[in-house]
Design a protein around this ligand. Structure first.
Ligand SMILES: Nc1nc2c(c(=O)[nH]1)N[C@H]1C(S)=C(S)[C@@H](COP(=O)(O)OP(=O)(O)OC[C@H]3O[C@@H](n4cnc5c(=O)[nH]c(N)nc54)[C@H](O)[C@@H]3O)O[C@H]1N2
Ligand SMILES: Nc1nc2c(c(=O)[nH]1)N[C@H]1C(S)=C(S)[C@@H](COP(=O)(O)OP(=O)(O)OC[C@H]3O[C@@H](n4cnc5c(=O)[nH]c(N)nc54)[C@H](O)[C@@H]3O)O[C@H]1N2
Ligand code: SF4
Ligand SMILES: [Mo]
Length: 730
């Protein structure tokens, strides 16, 4: 084994510090364990984080490939890069917007920053986005709406201080296991409430499971806020001093809204009661992946604002998914310029163009239509060439058959570490290094930057993402990159652009991270590592100084013992300096059930699968059996279409208006009746899902669509010619 190398887990955005050792001979990681010295996790780690880092399944890409006579054929780097340059360059020369680039929350900051520089500054395309828009975009939009900034106020330190933990549309026991342990430990002396239609592992660990109807979240959040107001639970001093928009709120009748959400008013009142204590509201994909994702995330932030839950041990905490989604938000020039600079700000555009050495006119005027809109442009033909890095859109995007068809007709360059469904449609395949082989940084969900370090050499045919992006970038655009720039220098270039912003990383460097392991932004100089609460007074009261649970009065300046938050000391980067209540009114599910498609499909994660499952299956040819979970009553109701196979597995066909899949069906009373639950880790799942998006965030409504069950052997129930393409924004 090689010497121990400290690094960061790239399985989820908790961002645990790990110690890895490379194998003695050849390539690969031998052992991985939690790093006891890392301030983020103090040695804790989860089994998936360890096992998938050390020993992923999946078919590694080890050589570049190009398509010859319809077949992907191994070739040299020179040939692959030449072909990539030819296809992307020809489209770019015709029109920068004829090239689309799709990035990922699974790249290092250095690679993500370089990809953004190539897309926005080198090529100058609007059609650049990342899989983080399938994931975090609604939370990001809601944070900007409320705080004028995408800096989440809470950090992990708040978890042990909170009294109430409300987990809304998320299943951290499966998706963020180490963080979930912190939450359940803290909740031993407090309360854990889980809002989820499904009785998940997290819900089973909760004091109270609120089984909201799928898509009922905005109604429920508004019902809770209406009851907070009715019962005098508003922290008026905080609302008066630090917020705007409260008086303009149009709140529904609480009973009617609770009824629409499928939740009894007594449960709403229980949520209202617990909000009087120090409360953290965490939320995940059950909220974000919806046509009303931004509105619902905004309504959850409103609950915190109205009840003054913004100091220590409290606040709205969006559970970021991929390990470097937060980094993508800060550095990738996707929705903002590096450091959250406003995309439209003329001065900032000058600064960025100048730093990149490109004409400012080349920067696109707007951030583009999101991944679903990009695929629309590919299908319509205005986008001719597509470059994907660390993402698998042919399996991860909604209405995936349509995505595959669209990409099939484009010139497609795929840069991945594994053979994926998207690779199968590529014209050029660029094999990239993955985590144990890469050098750079990542940012976790509480804004902490840490190092990714290689513990293994690279196989000969494989290059790092940064190296590939720099090389391809320079053949497309003369001198865009310094080809000798190491990751540390690329980090410095990115960090300099963030100086003075709310995401200031200018005091962070690889060198500093080598010493300190983890540094949280904003960090404007080499000494600071900041918390960020939009609070400019003395550090707000901490729970240690409090004996009694806080009343809403306790959150005001005149609260208990003089250590309370002084409302006047709050300062938000909004024009008024105040946090803003939201005004989203929501919209119905894009595809409600009906007679023809009477069941609702929902999709989510399992403990031992990761996203589209690329690293947790043998090969794209063998994604394993898709297992659908349905309530026992739903199973009984559909006995006539369920057929056992030779192994006595119960097989059924799940069909939507866009596609159909064969699944093994199991009865599970954790699933509400008339709902079909499918894991996202099988590439077939997204053949069924609906491409409607949230008009504010462009995030797709991946969590609900209408399906029906049919006999596995029956004729195709949704023939291709019948496939309807629904409007994107219903
Ligand atoms: N094991 C594992 N861990 C992962 C990942 C993985 O693939 N596998 N992926 C990582 C990534 S990229 C992400 S984004 C995170 C995601 O982490 P989570 O957000 O926890 O992910 P999901 O399981 O997709 O969805 C969370 C919950 O939303 C619920 N839900 C569905 N519809 C609704 C609804 O209408 N309302 C409400 N309130 N809830 C609803 C589902 O039942 C599910 O329990 O996980 C990260 N960690
Ligand atoms: N129905 C439904 N669909 C969903 C979701 C859902 O809940 N329901 N969730 C959505 C969410 S939250 C997300 S984040 C997306 C994810 O969607 P995708 O990005 O499409 O899926 P992943 O499987 O995470 O693909 C990541 C790819 O990056 C590759 N990779 C890993 N490391 C590296 C590296 O260092 N370099 C390079 N070049 N490649 C690398 C992996 O091999 C893998 O192929 O899926 C979305 N799709
Ligand atoms: S909780 Fe997330 S970051 Fe930590 S070890 Fe598990 S997968 Fe990795
Ligand atoms: Mo995600």
């Amino acid at each position: 084994m090689t010497d121990p190398v400290p690094t960061t887990c790239m399985r989820c955005a908790v961002g645990c510090g790990l110690i890895q050792r490379g194998v003695d001979i050849g390539y690969g990681i031998d052992t991985v364990r939690g790093n006891a010295n890392d301030p983020v996790n103090r040695g804790m780690a989860c089994s998936r984080g360890i096992s998938e880092t050390a020993d992923p399944d999946g078919e590694w890409l080890t050589r570049p490939m190009v398509r010859r006579d319809g077949e992907l054929t191994k070739t040299t780097w020179d040939t692959a890069l030449f072909e990539a340059q030819r296809g992307l360059g020809e489209a770019m020369d015709r029109n920068p917007d004829a090239v689309a680039i799709l990035g990922s929350g699974q790249q290092t900051n250095e690679a993500a920053y370089a990809l953004g520089k190539l897309a926005r500054g080198g090529i100058g395309t609007r059609y650049y986005d990342a899989n983080t828009t399938l994931c975090m975009a609604s939370a990001v939009t809601a944070y900007y709406d409320a705080f004028g900034s995408d800096a989440p106020p809470p950090t992990y330190e708040d978890i042990s201080k909170a009294e109430t933990h409300v987990v809304w549309g998320a299943n951290p026991a499966v998706a963020h296991p180490v963080m979930c342990r912190w939450i359940t430990q803290s909740a031993e002396d407090g309360t854990l409430i889980v809002v989820d239609p499904v009785r998940t592992k997290t819900a089973r660990a909760a004091d109270h499971h609120v089984a909201v109807d799928p898509g009922g979240d905005l109604d429920l959040a508004r019902a809770v806020l209406a009851r907070v107001v009715e019962t005098g639970g508003v922290d008026e001093a905080f609302v008066d001093a630090a917020t705007t928009g409260f008086d303009d709120l149009e709140l529904p009748d609480s009973e009617a809204a609770a009824d629409r959400a499928g939740v009894p008013l007594s449960t709403v009142d229980r949520l209202v009661e617990t909000l009087a204590d120090d409360t953290l509201i965490y939320w995940g994909m059950g909220v974000n992946q919806s046509v009303q994702g931004t509105d619902t995330a905004g309504a959850l932030i409103d609950l915190c604002l109205a009840t003054g839950n913004l100091g220590p041990g409290t606040g709205p905490f969006s559970l970021t998914g991929q390990a470097n989604s937060m980094g993508t938000r800060v550095c990738s020039s996707k929705g903002t310029w590096p450091g959250h600079h406003d995309f439209d700000d003329p001065e900032e555009r000058e600064v960025v163009a100048d730093a990149w050495g490109v004409p400012v006119e080349r920067l696109p005027d707007d951030t583009g239509p999101g991944p679903v809109g990009i695929v629309d442009a590919v299908r319509e033909g205005s986008v001719e060439a597509v470059y994907t890095v660390a993402t698998n859109p042919v399996a991860g995007m909604p209405d995936a058959t349509d995505v595959a068809d669209a990409l099939e007709d484009a010139f497609l360059v795929v840069q991945d570490a594994f053979r994926t469904e998207t690779v199968e449609h590529a014209d050029v395949v660029l094999p990239a290094a993955t985590w144990g082989e890469s050098n750079g940084t990542a940012i976790n969900m509480e804004r902490t930057v840490s190092r990714i370090r290689p513990a293994s050499d690279l196989p000969r045919g494989v290059r790092t993402d940064l190296n590939i992006i720099q090389t391809l970038g320079n053949v497309l655009v003369n001198d865009l990159f310094d080809p000798t720039a190491a990751p540390a220098a690329v980090f410095d270039e990115f960090a300099a652009l963030t100086a003075g912003t709310d995401a200031d990383c200018s005091g962070i460097s690889h060198e500093r991270l080598d010493e300190e392991l983890a540094v949280r932004w904003p960090a404007s100089d080499a000494e600071t590592s900041a918390g960020y609460r939009y609070y400019e007074g003395e550090e707000p009261r901490s729970s240690e100084s409090r004996e009694e649970p806080r009343s809403s009065e306790g959150r005001t300046a005149s609260g208990d013992g003089g250590d309370a938050v002084a409302p006047d000391d709050w300062s938000f980067p909004t024009p008024s300096g105040r946090a803003r209540f939201s005004d989203g009114t929501g919209r119905p599910l894009p595809e409600p059930t009906d007679e023809e498609y009477p069941l609702l499909l929902t999709t989510a994660r399992e403990a031992d699968g990761y996203n589209t499952g690329v690293r947790s299956r043998e090969s794209p040819d063998d994604p394993g059996t898709l297992v659908a979970r349905v309530h026992p009553d739903t199973l009984d109701d559909h006995r006539e279409v369920i057929e056992p196979n030779e192994a006595d597995d119960l097989l059924v066909r799940v069909a939507s208006r866009r596609g159909e899949v064969i699944a093994r069906v199991t009865a599970d009373d954790a699933i509400p009746s008339d709902v079909v639950w499918l894991p996202i880790h099988h590439p077939a799942t997204n053949d069924l899902t609906h491409p409607a998006t949230d008009p504010r965030s462009d995030e797709p409504n991946l969590k609900q669509c209408a399906v029906r069950l049919a006999r596995p052997e029956s004729d195709t129930v949704t023939p291709a010619f019948e496939r309807e393409r629904p409007p994107q924004h219903p």
